[in-house]
Design a protein around this ligand. Structure first.
Ligand SMILES: *Cc1c(COP(=O)(O)O)cnc(C)c1O
Length: 338
């Protein structure tokens, strides 16, 4: 077995030993089966290719000091994928099948779970998509569900750091009653032009406003938004935000720390009042924000005067990571030990 240089890992595809698949046909899901091939064969008229019937998940497994492998909030990801299936009329993926397939994929690739000291982790990517032909606009009859995994490096290689984000009024990621609450390919396609522009202009992400009124903060391209003021954790509520499991976890930890939590509409102007702000998601847990530029309005909200992450964001980040790696007790039942 070759040895991997865990310190060199980034967030890029790497072939591991096996991926695990289940197929939906004649109204039934097949038992999950492992394969070494990382290719799939689908019909050229598959609904996933033409009409966007595809959804994915992203979760992680961590190796603790005790050598045990812990998967973080697997059931929540299973529930969210089921919701995505319902949202775009794909065959419903049972929670138990999701969990069984994820566990199998992690077990079969256990040698790719990075050691505790590396700060790296195993990224788990479940994906489901329509495979059968359908030229008229209708849901597919057949689906594939695949779980692959790959080791990924720590998000903050040079330590926990702030970045700037940008508001562009000319792009929307999701409509108020569209598909923003589902983790589906189409939402990512919708955000690519703005996302690339943001990167070219030196920002780490786009901060979207609500599509209808352009008044309230929605979320970042691939991450939820939160702000902190007066010991209150404030995060937007809207009908177009993807419910982040990291955000849900941070809200709980904030409550555990005696903070207040507000999930409500957050007007853009409130950015002026935040002592700290951040993006949150599985990839980074928290990515602290130092500045938000609203370019068309020629406005800039400076959140971190010294450019450093705030103390509460830092504490929440460390607390969540400690649970994931098994360094702190899992009091909310978030962790599945392999
Ligand atoms: C996946 C995703 C997030 C983050 O969700 P987590 O469950 O915390 O990883 C946030 N926003 C969008 C649009 C996403 O697709």
């Amino acid at each position: 077995m070759e040895t991997l240089d865990w310190s060199k890992l980034s967030f890029t595809y790497m072939k591991t030993d096996f991926n695990v698949r289940s197929y939906y046909k004649d109204g039934k899901w097949s038992a999950p089966e492992a394969t070494t091939s990382d290719k799939v064969e689908v019909h050229m008229a598959a609904t996933s290719l033409h009409y966007g019937q595809t959804a994915f998940e992203g979760l992680k497994a961590f190796r603790g000091k005790d050598g045990k492998v812990r998967i973080f909030r697997m059931r929540d990801n299973a529930e969210r994928m089921l919701s995505s299936c319902r949202g775009i009329l794909m065959a419903e993926l049972p929670i138990e099948l999701f969990e069984e397939t994820v566990l199998k994929a992690v077990k079969l690739n256990e040698r790719f779970v990075p050691p505790y000291e590396s700060g790296a982790s195993l990224y788990i990517r479940p994906v489901i998509f329509g495979t059968s032909e359908q030229v008229g606009v209708k849901p597919a009859d057949e689906y594939a569900f695949i779980v692959f995994v790959m080791p990924v490096g720590p998000y903050f290689k040079e330590g926990f750091k702030t970045t700037s984000v940008v508001i562009y009024r000319g792009y929307d990621r999701a409509a108020p009653h569209g598909t923003g609450t589902y983790k589906i390919g189409g939402n990512y396609a919708a955000g690519m032009v703005a996302g690339e522009r943001a990167h070219h202009e030196g920002y780490s992400a786009v901060l979207y406003l609500d599509a209808k009124e352009k008044k309230y903060i929605d979320e970042c391209g691939p991450a939820n938004f939160f702000g902190i003021r007066n010991n209150i954790y404030i995060t937007p509520q809207s009908t177009s935000i993807l419910p982040s499991i990291t955000n849900k976890s941070l809200m709980q930890l904030a409550l555990d720390n005696g903070m207040k939590v507000e999930q409500r509409q957050v007007p853009e102007e409130e950015l002026e009042t935040f002592e700290e702000a951040g993006m949150c998601g599985t990839a980074a847990v928290i990515s602290p924000i130092n500045r938000v530029d609203d370019v068309e309005e020629n406005k800039s909200y400076v959140i971190s005067k010294d450019g450093e992450p705030g103390s509460i964001s830092t504490k929440l980040y460390q607390q969540l990571r400690a649970i994931q790696y098994g360094d702190a007790p899992d009091t909310h039942g978030w962790v599945t030990i392999l």
